[in-house]
Design a protein. Structure first.
Length: 225
């Protein structure tokens, strides 16, 4: 069993599509932790979808709008402290999984316990950080997302923390997701201040790591044996 963590600001059509794909294409037992901040439920009713799919869903609501790292960490805490699943998935609410996405990642983790983090390929490249499958053992060492990062460099920072802790994040070349990069959550929270916050996050990352970013195309990828 795996725990799938989906942070979102309110309920919008992209969240519905994300959940639809998870319910349809996740072929292993899973718990879904949906962290909704802002309490903007819109016109979308979750209840019929949840009953129709019979999914073990944990719905966490916050009246305050949370940044991605803050919302994801709430899901991480539930995964690590309230479930016994070995694998935890961070899934951006505008990322859509495809059939058979999780099985090869689990197999690759089992064959390589030193990886700690495996991501699928996507339409944006061979290592998609908007869908990341972590092991409990790795997160117990590395910790949760750094909440000082608001909209950018959250995954960059996490990657280098994994590397520093001795883990070797990899991509899974036979797992695939779709990601249109719509940034609905970022726009809802920051509006026209997105670029200003991006520069603040970049300055923090450079001060912390002495780097301007991460070349995700250089992350090694492979298929399970």
């Amino acid at each position: 069993m795996v725990t799938i963590i989906i942070p979102a600001v309110g309920i919008h059509e992209e969240v519905k599509r994300c959940l639809d794909a998870v319910f349809k294409y996740t072929n292993v037992p899973f718990v879904c932790v949906l962290v909704i901040s802002g309490m903007d439920m819109g016109d979308f009713d979750l209840v019929p979808m949840l009953y129709a799919n019979g999914v073990h869903m944990i719905l966490i609501l916050s009246p305050e709008r949370l940044d991605c790292a803050e919302a994801t960490n709430i899901g991480f805490r539930y995964w690590m402290w309230r479930t016994g699943t070995r694998f935890g998935v961070y899934l951006a609410s505008d990322t859509y999984v495809t059939d058979g996405w999780i099985e090869p990642i689990i197999k690759l983790h089992e064959q390589n316990p030193d990886y700690g983090w495996i991501s699928p390929a996507s339409n944006n490249g061979p290592f998609h950080t908007g869908c990341a499958v972590y092991t409990r053992e790795a997160v117990a060492v590395v910790g949760f997302f750094d909440e000082r990062f608001k909209i950018a460099f959250i995954d960059d920072d996490y990657y280098w923390r994994f590397r520093r802790a001795g883990f070797k994040p990899h991509g899974c070349s036979v797992s695939y997701v779709e990601h249109p990069e719509s940034q609905v959550t970022v726009r809802k929270v920051y509006g026209d201040k997105v670029q200003e916050q991006f520069r603040k996050d970049q300055k923090l990352f450079m001060a912390k790591w002495g780097r301007v970013g991460t070349n995700w195309n250089e992350i090694p990828t492979e298929a399970p044996r």
